[in-house]
Design a protein. Structure first.
Length: 212
């Protein structure tokens, strides 16, 4: 079954608790928290304070996506704040294998993200060290962008390379492109706009869970 991880970036920041509760009540599996630093990506979002506040209220797994330069400086802070999954960008890490090992040592599940231009082969050596790969299906930095169909091939390539961990797609994901992503080997879907702006997220999540 595809796990559903709604991206909090699409929530109304003035009604964050209510909005997240609505996703949890609708049956989502994880919560995706996008952290942007204005350096690795041209936008700013949240910090460890939001992760800590979510951890205090919700017991659901927190899937934290660091879109920041020098992720090694902040991994410990986000794990202490309550991240269950910590995703770092292959393009940002100084020493990716060392960082993935450190994330695991600190008690979180390590995950690696690839920007659209970064090939799967770039992380061949790191694959045995990560429990998930996040394939960006838009340029990171903003919600509500158009899905890049050609990135489905990267999901397929990771499976061809023998990767058996979770594969997540993030950016422009919706009910129309999920069947193709699933066929390529995806098992975790991040949806921002598609779920937070939906009139019936419960029905949408049920439909995603029903994709074979
Ligand atoms: C983009 C973020 C995504 C984004 C997804 O940089 O990593 O998580 O919020 O939002 P949608 O689904 O609206 O593209
Ligand atoms: Zn994300």
């Amino acid at each position: 079954m595809i796990k559903v991880s709604p991206s909090i970036l699409a929530a109304d920041p003035l009604r964050m608790g209510e909005e997240v509760q609505r996703m949890v009540d609708a049956g989502c599996d994880w919560l995706h928290v996008d952290i942007m630093d204005g350096a690795f990506v041209p936008n700013l979002s949240y910090g460890p304070g939001l992760v800590k506040a979510l951890r205090g209220r919700f017991s659901i797994p927190l899937d934290v996506h660091l879109m920041i330069a020098r992720p090694e400086q902040y991994a410990e802070t986000f794990i202490a704040a309550g991240a269950d999954w910590l995703t770092v960008h292959a393009e940002a890490a100084q020493n990716l294998p060392a960082l993935l090992k450190e994330i695991r040592r600190l008690g979180a599940r390590p995950s690696v993200s690839l920007k659209p231009a970064t090939p799967a082969e770039r992380i061949a050596e790191a694959l045995p060290l990560c429990d998930m790969v996040l394939v960006m299906t838009v340029e990171p930095g903003f919600g509500g962008q158009r899905f890049m169909t050609e990135q489905i091939e990267k999901v397929r390539r990771l499976r061809e390379m023998g990767y058996t961990g979770h594969i997540q797609a993030d950016g422009g994901v919706n009910l129309d492109n999920l069947p193709l992503l699933r066929q390529a080997g995806l098992d975790v879907a991040v949806l921002g706009t598609a779920l937070y702006r939906s009139d019936n997220p419960q029905a949408d999540i049920a439909r995603i869970h029903a994709i074979p």
